[in-house]
Design a protein around this ligand. Sequence first.
Ligand code: C2E
Ligand code: MG
Ligand code: MG
Ligand code: MG
Length: 274
Amino acid sequence: EAKRTGRGTLCFFDPDLDQVTRDRHALGKDLREALARQQFELHYQPVYAAVPRQLIGYEALLRWRHPDRGMISPAEFIPIAEETGLIHLLGEWVLHTACQEAATWPQDLQVAVNLSPAQFKREGLVKLVQTCLEQSGLTPARLELEITESVLLDETLANFSILKQFQSLGVKIALDDFGVGYSSLSYLRSFPFDKLKIDRSFVTEMPSSKQAAAIVRAITTLGHSLGMITTAEGVETQEQLDALRQERCDLIQGYLYGRPLPAEQLVHKGGQGA
Ligand code: C2E
Ligand code: MG
Ligand code: MG
Ligand code: MG
């Protein structure tokens, strides 16, 4: 097998690649059994209004408690789930679980669920969301679906139609990792997202980088002009928070305010402090 290395040269028979392929294969097999063995968990990371600080809700983030390998990050296993098609069953489980859980929270709290582009390729996604809302009794406006630009890249028309159907159910739609894709602005023209989530890479560079701050300001201004609210992802320091408040970013999510936690550890505490 051939592999393109970081420097753009080709190198043949790369033992590392072989190992990576074998690992992925093994993980793929484990992944199929993991659902039945109840090895998946949702952790919930709090999202706060920037000013005044107030708990708005949580983003559901998937975790895999692997019996040998410990906690595995979704960044590692979601791509495999997408390749093997398990993403459909897994995505169903995530939606059902998040809605059931959120229905037990105080009425004003929302839950955000990440959708993989692969889930849009199979019929029945809208029906699934509807069923999850009905079975949990969760008010549709308390559910937010997070998608990335890649959902809009292919099968554009079909996916736009699905997003419109979500919105007619009363569900909110957020554009995740905003600013690092290819042609973000044209999507904003064609779909009325409820929220833009500013990618962590911009937040990380604040406040030292004037460029990053200018981009955050531009995204926030643009979003507001289009009737969308903005969330900053990955806020880790007070300095970042101050800078984000100055740039009028609406919502704050990051380790500064809270890490993702298992449902039973959530406290639902609102304001207090800065
Ligand atoms: P995302 O949706 O952009 O989620 C935000 C990621 O940033 C999460 O990583 C979160 O734990 C992390 N994060 C939050 N605050 C901070 C911070 O202050 N500093 C740093 N360094 N990181 C922070 P996580 O949980 O590893 O998830 C990674 C990605 O996996 C997610 O990115 C999302 O794209 C995907 N993912 C997670 N859960 C699901 C799911 O249920 N379904 C699908 N399809 N994808 C999921
Ligand atoms: Mg997300
Ligand atoms: Mg994100
Ligand atoms: Mg991200």
